[in-house]
Write a protein that binds this ligand. Structure first.
Ligand code: ATR
Length: 280
């Protein structure tokens, strides 16, 4: 009797204890009946190059990367696609037949897929983005990819928003820095996105006024703990459509699972409940 090879993958980080990825990929492996494994590997920064270069010898099809390796891996992999270059961080490394390491970022994909899966299919329009940290880059690249005509970027430290806008603006997909205000000008905004850490468990709430936001606008937060941030609650209470951040986390994992195990997995309500049960 022939047995199927066991495909091996995992996530590298430091620390790694709190990663949700083993639970998430483990769920899909079981759900699809795939004889594979997905493990958490504690890899210190000085060990990263060796760990990635040793993927093939250790029988791994690839790995995800988390803090603090997402930027450092740029200098280690052999190839990076254009979108991932723009995002400036790598969260997926796969090995090809020649042993070359291919780096990718799937966060922009995850953000876009989360919106699409909630029926957000508007073409063009104006997006207003709060924050200018690491997570914001993937959101900006996704919004450009989705075809927004105008992207406004507001951050507490104006210099960070300016720098990001300069770096990522494209001729027909401009990013315009605007001032950080308690009552921002949200007229004509179709999509409002929080990429700051405000609203996260243990952090202060994002307390900007939504007064000028059209009721037709959608509001989304990349924070997913809690699932309903203060911003989403206030937006929901005034009648705006809201999309929580858990979907981005789940959708960004899909291309990784497909690269490791050959199946493009589904994000379902059951999966959401399964992942949330771990957190609570
Ligand atoms: P990440 O990589 O997760 O995006 P980060 O790079 O630390 O995290 O970015 C955090 C974001 O939240 C930044 O935009 C930060 O604003 P600054 O650039 O001014 O630091 C924003 N942020 C954090 N605390 C904030 C606060 N109390 N008020 C407003 N913005 C805040």
């Amino acid at each position: 009797m022939q047995t199927q090879p066991v495909l091996k993958a995992g996530v590298m980080g430091f620390p790694i204890k709190h990663s949700l990825s083993p639970r998430l990929h483990g769920y899909w492996l079981k759900h699809y009946g795939i004889p594979g494994s997905y493990k958490a590997f504690e890899v210190k920064p000085q060990e990263l190059a060796g760990a990635l270069q040793g993927l093939k010898d250790n029988g791994l099809t690839g790995v995800n990367l988390t803090i603090p390796h997402k930027v450092a891996a740029f200098a280690i992999v052999n190839e990076i696609d254009g979108i991932s270059r723009r995002v400036g961080a790598i969260n997926l490394v796969t090995v090809n037949a020649d042993g070359q390491l291919l780096g990718r970022n799937t966060d922009a994909y995850g953000f876009e897929q989360n919106l699409l899966s909630h029926g957000y299919a508007r073409q063009g329009g104006r997006a207003f983005v709060l924050g200018a940290g690491g997570a914001c880059r993937a959101v900006l690249v996704a919004l450009q990819n989705m075809g927004f005509d105008e992207i406004l970027l507001s951050n507490r430290t104006a210099a960070h928003a300016k720098r990001l806008a300069n770096e990522l603006s494209m001729a027909n997909r401009k990013i315009s820095p605007v001032e950080w205000e308690k009552a921002p000008a949200l007229e004509d905004v179709d999509l409002l996105v929080n990429t700051t850490s405000l609203g996260m468990t243990g952090q202060p709430e994002l307390d900007i006024s939504l007064e000028s936001l059209p009721f037709s606008a959608t509001v989304t937060d990349i924070v997913y703990a809690p699932l309903e941030t203060g911003l989403l609650r206030r937006a929901h209470e005034r009648g705006n459509k809201t999309i929580d951040g858990l979907g981005m986390l789940l959708h960004q994992a899909r291309p990784s699972f497909e690269a490791f195990f050959g199946i493009n997995p589904e994000v379902t309500d059951e999966l959401r409940r399964f992942v949330l049960a771990e957190r609570n």
